[in-house]
Design a protein around this ligand. Structure first.
Ligand SMILES: [Zn+2]
Length: 142
């Protein structure tokens, strides 16, 4: 697998996205909810891949929740960068990466799909994320 590195701006949160999908073929999703539009975020996930999240100072990581509160939106409190979202309601955690936060973001060139999930029920949302988001591993570095 190829590992794409990334993270927030100040270095508090580091990401490694492992995938076999080449960047130029990676599906990019531009979620149209008000949070994602405010960040102009492009999200990606490879269900056969993996995301690892390494945090230096957990106190400086915001795990923002809104709407149905079935996921945590990870934003660095120090530099303000939105880096990833992780499911909060299931035992097996799944995540998407915000492509904007990857070092090689310029290689992710597909036209984004504009996605609207407003009509989903809570169960539909959980099932969709389980199918499309990817496994995630956390580590807190002290
Ligand atoms: Zn930061």
């Amino acid at each position: 697998m190829t590992v794409h590195e990334g993270g927030c701006h100040c270095g508090n949160v580091r990401l490694s996205y492992e995938t076999n999908i080449p960047p130029a073929e990676t599906e990019l999703r531009a979620c149209q909810c008000s949070f994602c539009r405010k960040h102009n975020s492009l999200a990606a996930a490879d269900p056969s891949g993996r995301l690892s999240i390494r945090v230096k100072n957990e106190d400086l990581l915001s795990r923002y929740g809104f709407g149905l509160r079935t996921a945590e939106y990870l934003v660095c409190r120090d530099c303000g960068v939105y880096v990833a979202a992780v499911t909060s309601n299931t035992e097996e955690k799944r995540a998407i990466i915000v492509v904007n936060a990857l070092d090689e973001r310029a290689q992710f060139t597909r036209e984004p799909l504009l996605t609207v999930y407003d009509a989903e029920t809570r169960d539909e949302r959980i099932a969709r994320r389980h199918a499309r988001w990817m496994p995630v591993k956390w580590s807190i570095e002290h």
